[in-house]
Design a binder for this molecule. Structure first.
Ligand code: 13P
Length: 251
């Protein structure tokens, strides 16, 4: 079901103590009456304690990544059942930093999506063009290909477990955000692309988040666009006051 979502991707930040401190601040400060699902994605080693800490709150915990295999000789990796066994049922897949620094391609991501779905997990599927793609007017093609090759093999029924996160690479951590009009233009294109393959029910139900330098002072305007259903927040999710202000931008 389409819903507003504000998710904080903490990336490789916050040790155990800092994680607990930030979670406590969020529990204190996040509004209870906002019509949005709130998600936080701390790093793997702090996921279990975060899931315990947030068990009786309205904040959901997500993992930032996951391996595609069920188990086995994959030193340093984390499986779906490890995540679900500690109460983590949401995973971010396809983040541009995974694609760029860890060489995750569309085929690999397609198999990670399959594994997550087979464990009944919710997937926040990230994608977005690089600056050169936009400069060459290829951004729509790039996004369409990422969706088709990484995600569009799933069944229509599986879409209830999918959240889309459009994150233009040139806007991530740069302080340069897509304008609300650029975000709306791409989100509309994404929804129409989903509609053309999976039909209107799926297209209208899927939540599409925007990510890339969302801050307290630009969140409200971006979230006000009709095809933007919330945000995936990096740097500003590391400060409780900023994250809370962004969540309040959804109203
Ligand atoms: P910033 O908000 O720091 O630009 O990061 C966005 C992001 O990558 C969220 O996944």
């Amino acid at each position: 079901m389409r819903r507003n979502i504000v998710a904080g991707n903490w990336k490789m930040n916050k040790n155990a103590e800092e994680t607990e401190d930030l979670l406590n601040e969020l529990i204190d400060k996040l509004p209870h009456d906002v019509e949005a699902q709130i998600i936080v994605a701390p790093t793997f080693v702090n996921l279990s304690s975060a899931a315990d800490h947030l068990e009786f709150t309205n904040i959901t915990v997500a993992a930032q990544n996951m391996h595609q295999a069920e188990s086995g000789a994959y030193t340093g990796e984390i499986s779906a059942s490890m995540l679900t066994s500690i109460g983590v049922r949401t995973v971010i897949l396809g983040h541009s930093e995974r694609r760029a620094y860890f060489h995750e391609n569309d085929a690999l991501l397609a198999s990670k999506v399959d594994t997550a779905l087979s464990h009944d997990m919710e997937v926040i599927f990230c994608f977005g063009e690089e600056l050169k793609d936009r400069q060459n007017n290829q951004h729509f093609n790039v996004v369409e290909n990422q969706l088709r090759d990484g995600l569009f093999h799933i069944s229509k029924a599986s879409w209830e477990h999918i959240v889309l996160a459009y994150e233009p690479v040139w806007a991530i951590g740069t302080g340069e955000t897509a304008s609300p009009e650029q975000a709306q233009e791409m989100h509309h294109f994404i929804r129409e692309t989903v509609r053309s393959v999976f039909g209107s029910d799926v297209a209208e139900d899927v939540s599409i988040l925007y990510g890339g330098s969302v801050k307290p002072d630009n969140a409200k305007e971006i979230f006000s666009k009709p095809d933007v259903d919330g945000g995936l927040i990096g740097g500003a999710a590391l400060k409780a006051d900023d994250f809370v202000a962004i969540v309040n931008g959804i109203r």
